[in-house]
Design a protein. Structure first.
Length: 127
C-alpha cells in the first residue's frame, strides 16, 4: 500500500494478508478481542489483558505506539493459546493486531466471505 504521496506505508498488511486473516477469522482459526463478551468488558475493561497477556507486559512506549498506530483489532491463532484459560476465555502470551484502516478492510473481506458462504448455503432466506 502507498500513501497519498506515492511512498510505501510501513508495516501495512497487503490485501492478500487481510483476506487470509478474514478467512481464518471466519473459519474459526483466530480468537480476537471481538470474541470477548461486552458484559465481561463492561465489568472489567482491562480483561483483554488477561486474554492477550502481552498487553500486560508492554511498557508505556509500546502502548503509546499501539495508540498512535490506532491498533483496534487484537487477535491470535488458536494454536498459540496457552494450556490454561481465564474465566472460559483462552490466554495467549503472543498477540497480533491490525491498525484502523487494516481492520476496516479486513472486515470488508470478512463480510464478503460470510455473504458468499451464506448465499452458497442458501442461508439468506431465499428458496
Amino acid at each position: 500500500m502507498v500513501d497519498r504521496n506515492g511512498k510505501k506505508k510501513k508495516n501495512i498488511k497487503t490485501d492478500e494478508e487481510l483476506k487470509q486473516i478474514a478467512l481464518d477469522l471466519y473459519s474459526g482459526r483466530i480468537f480476537c478481542d471481538r470474541h470477548i463478551s461486552a458484559d465481561v468488558l463492561k465489568r472489567d475493561p482491562h480483561f483483554i489483558k488477561m486474554v492477550f497477556m502481552t498487553l500486560c507486559f508492554m511498557d508505556s512506549k509500546w502502548l503509546g505506539r499501539l495508540r498512535k498506530e490506532k491498533a483496534n483489532f487484537f487477535y491470535e491463532y488458536w494454536d498459540k493459546a496457552g494450556p490454561r484459560g481465564i474465566n472460559g476465555y483462552p490466554s495467549f502470551i503472543s498477540m497480533r493486531y491490525l491498525k484502523g484502516e487494516e481492520t476496516k478492510r479486513m472486515f470488508e473481506f470478512y463480510n464478503k466471505i460470510k455473504s458468499g458462504v451464506d448465499e452458497a448455503l442458501n442461508l439468506g432466506g431465499k428458496p
